[in-house]
Design a protein around this ligand. Structure first.
Ligand code: SF4
Length: 345
C-alpha cells in the first residue's frame, strides 16, 4: 500500500506517523512541527528570555544533540546566544568517544564549546575512581547516584565559566516520566514536589535551568535526529546497566504498551501534583562548605565527596549531613581552580 500524502503540506509522501497523534507527515513537515513545539514550550513557559546566554549541557547523545540543533535553529527568533558545555565524568571507554561527537557538533555548528572534568572539579575523583571505590561492596548501583549529583554541579560550574545566564538540558518526556516513577517508588515527596515544572527557576543563586524537550517523546527525538541527519553518539554508558533508572524504563515500556500516552501523562501528572504543606520541600539554604544551594548543612555534592574522601560512600548517600572534622576543599573552591584549566574551544 503506498504511503499516504503528508497531512501538512499535502504534496510529499508521508514518511512517518507521529507516535502521539498518529498524524502522517513527510520528514521536513515533521521537523518543522517538532521545532515549532519546542518553540512553544520555551515561549509559553517563559523559559529563556530575550538576551539570555544559554549553556546547553552537551553529552554527544541524541537528546542534547537534538536540543542544541533545535535551539540553534530557534536562536534568532528567541534572541538567545548558545554555548555548549560538556562534562567529562572520567569514564574510560565511553566518554572520550562521546566528547569527540560533541567536538564535531561544535565545529560544524560553529558554537563555542567548553569541557569541564570531574577530576579537576572534585579533587581528583572520576567516575571510574568512584566505581572502583564502591566495587565489591554491593554499592555499585550507587554510580549513577554519585554521577547525577556531580554532573549537575559540574554543569553549573561550566555554565558560570562561559558567562551563561541559563542552563538547558536535553531531558525528554521519557526521561522525565522515568524520574517521576523513580521518585514515586522511592517515596521521595520532596523531589516529586520539585520535579513537576519545566525546570528550576534558579533559587539560592543557582542558574535557572530548564528542559525544552520535556514534552517531546524519545521516539520523536530519534526521528528528528534521523530526518535532520544529525551526528550523535549512541552507545550506552558502561555503568548504565546497573542503574535503578533501567527498572523505571522497563516499567514505563510496559505502561506504554497498554497506554501509548503514559510518558506524557506522567509528565503532566507531576506538573499537577499538589502536595500537602507537610511534605513540601524545606526552603533551600546555602551549603556550609561551598556555598551552593542546599536543603541541609551540606549540599549533595559536598556530602557525597565527603563520603568518598572518607571511604564511606554509602554513608554519604544515606545521610547527606554535615559531619565535623573533614578537611576537604569545598567543591566551589575546587571548581574555581579547575575552571581556569578547563578546555575551551
Ligand atoms: Fe553517569 Fe550513570 Fe549516566 Fe553513566 S549512566 S554517565 S554513570 S549517570
Amino acid at each position: 500500500m503506498p504511503a499516504p500524502t503528508c497531512a501538512s503540506c499535502h504534496a510529499a509522501r508521508a514518511a512517518l506517523r507521529r507516535p502521539r497523534s498518529g498524524q502522517a507527515l513527510c520528514g521536513p513537515c515533521f521537523c518543522s512541527a517538532f521545532e515549532a513545539e519546542v518553540l512553544h514550550t520555551v515561549v509559553a513557559g517563559r523559559l529563556l528570555p530575550p538576551g539570555a546566554v544559554v549553556a546547553v549541557g552537551a553529552s554527544g547523545g541524541k537528546d542534547s544533540t537534538v536540543l542544541a540543533h533545535v535551539l540553534r535553529e530557534l536562536a534568532p527568533r528567541l534572541d538567545i546566544t548558545l554555548r555548549l558545555v560538556a562534562v567529562d565524568e572520567g569514564i574510560s571507554g565511553y566518554r572520550d568517544a562521546a566528547l569527540a561527537a560533541v567536538r564535531r557538533q561544535a565545529a560544524r555548528w560553529e558554537l563555542p564549546l567548553t569541557v569541564v572534568a570531574y577530576e579537576d572539579l572534585f579533587g581528583g575523583w572520576t567516575m571510574d575512581a568512584v566505581a572502583r571505590s564502591t566495587a565489591g561492596t554491593g554499592r555499585s548501583r550507587s554510580c549513577c547516584t554519585f554521577c547525577g549529583v556531580l554532573r549537575r554541579r559540574a554543569l553549573e560550574e561550566g555554565a558560570r565559566l562561559v558567562g551563561a545566564t541559563h542552563i538547558v538540558t536535553g531531558h525528554n518526556a521519557d526521561d522525565v516520566a522515568e524520574t517521576v516513577l523513580m521518585n514515586f517508588l522511592r517515596g521521595d515527596a520532596a523531589r516529586l514536589a520539585r520535579g513537576g515544572g519545566l525546570g528550576s527557576p534558579g533559587e539560592g543563586g543557582a542558574l535557572p535551568r530548564c528542559r525544552p524537550l520535556q514534552f517531546a517523546s524519545q521516539k520523536e527525538v530519534v526521528l528528528y535526529a534521523h530526518f535532520r541527519r544529525l551526528d550523535y553518539f549512541s552507545e550506552e554508558c558502561v555503568y548504565a546497566p546497573e542503574a535503578f533508572r533501567g527498572h523505571a524504563r522497563d516499567l514505563l515500556k510496559l505502561l506504554e504498551a497498554a497506554r501509548p500516552t503514559a510518558a506524557l501523562d506522567l509528565v503532566h501528572s507531576a506538573e499537577r501534583l499538589a502536595l500537602a504543606p507537610a511534605v513540601q520541600p524545606p526552603r533551600p539554604g546555602a551549603c556550609s562548605r561551598c556555598g551552593a544551594l542546599a536543603s541541609r548543612a551540606l549540599c549533595q555534592a559536598c556530602a557525597l565527596l565527603d563520603g568518598l574522601d572518607r571511604g564511606r560512600p554509602r554513608l554519604a548517600i544515606g545521610e547527606r549531613e554535615h559531619r565535623g572534622g573533614a578537611d576537604v576543599q569545598g567543591t566551589r573552591g575546587r571548581a574555581q581552580a579547575a575552571v581556569q584549566a578547563a578546555a575551551a574551544f
